[in-house]
Design a protein around this ligand. Structure first.
Ligand SMILES: [Zn+2]
Length: 75
């Protein structure tokens, strides 16, 4: 039953690696933008997300227009 243990271990290692990659990507994404800018760019149109929107929803990754589009399922 050694083989089962080993495959479980391998799965765990893969899962850990995947989680670490995700965490690293996320950390990079939420780091302040170089140059001292305090806003983030909309992931759809690339325009800056207004600070007011960031305050209302710190997890926002889209501007209001693109978020509305996204939520309504359109493009
Ligand atoms: Zn946008």
């Amino acid at each position: 039953m050694d083989e089962i243990d080993r495959s479980q271990e391998t799965t765990e290692i893969y899962e850990q690696a995947a989680m670490q990659t995700l965490a690293r990507r996320r950390a990079a994404y939420f780091q302040p933008v170089p140059g001292g800018r305090k806003w983030r760019e909309c992931e759809d149109c690339g325009k800056p997300i207004p600070l007011a929107r960031m305050k209302a929803n710190p997890k926002a990754t889209r501007c209001i227009k693109c978020q509305t589009n996204f939520e309504s399922g359109g493009n």
